[in-house]
Design a protein. Sequence first.
Length: 403
Amino acid sequence: MLQQRTIEIIKSTVPVLQVHGEAITSRFYELLFQKHPELLNIFNHANQKKGRQQAALANAVYAAAANIDKLEAIIPVVKGIAHKHRSLGVKPEHYPVVGENLLLAIKDVLGDAATDEIINAWAEAYGVIADVFIGIERNMYEDAGWEGFRPFVVARKVEESSVITSFYLEPEDKKALAKFKPGQYVSVKMDIPGQENTHIRQYSLSDATGKSSYRISVKKESGRNAVDGIVSVYLHESVKEGDILHLSAPAGDFYLNTTSEKQVVLISGGVGLTPMVSMLKTVASEQPERKITFVHAAINGQAHALKKEVQEIAEASDHITTHFVYESPLDEDLDYTKTGYVDQAWLKEILPIRDDAEYYFCGPIPFMQVINTALLELNVPKENIHFEFFGPASDLEKESIKA
């Protein structure tokens, strides 16, 4: 329990964090990696370069400060971060290191405004917040299918589109796989020749659970020299069938509610369809009477992955409706619903906009901004809207011209 005076001081810093939050977290990561370069083996370098990690941490610190007297209010946010931490291998011993450098960053950015009283209050508050994370992550480690990163054999490598390839991964030890919830991801840890640090990336599982292998479907990102493409390009160009990849157990708080009987709307753009296919296959198998509307947007048919698979599932059911939207269809493209983009007017025409439907979406950030705004303006209750997004959720409310 925090002292009342500590709570008052932390609350007083909320306006400052709103203005200087990202400057503090940017400085924090500078200090952290200067003193502990080994942690570069855990953090996603692409998210660091793009500022996503800094923004997400700033958002979390702000939320913690604003709710310091009722931390239970941010448990959903904590759980989302804790899933990532567990999948990356963050342990209790990392928290003192983070706390030390976060306090130094606050002092560096705020200067004399960061009085001893404020720093001491934040030190006390950080200890309480860290204990919340450690407790939740302890339970997650206990519930995980295995500890650390487990070797998997690439049993099959299948080109799904011009930019997306699937990898079927079987455990090298032949032991049972952990079950997962449709929508969850695995972390893949890779040592890439020529790279100083290990790289870890999260990829959604694109098949249903309960099989002898996991499947991830990976988009090849731009250029070998692009930091966000280092892992995906290596997977596409260098990893072969028979090679070994190291995976942590499935994680993530974005997953389909399989206890609900409400109809399901799955909306995806680009490689964002991977968790949606897992959800589709799960509902079709476990809840065959549950209605599904599946919407996917792609540039054209060549870039549209897993289309045949989705069509075969839909054709076998009277309860599944599919819509494919192509930005720039090719002459040979068939079986698509709309040319252009997913927009609010079209969604209003095709979707069951009512309280008895649940909406799940995933895709590029501009696409997600459009979908989120459209659903809210069509009066879909927020509790029925679910998405996977890295960064402050408020960013999804920014307007975007197209999806």
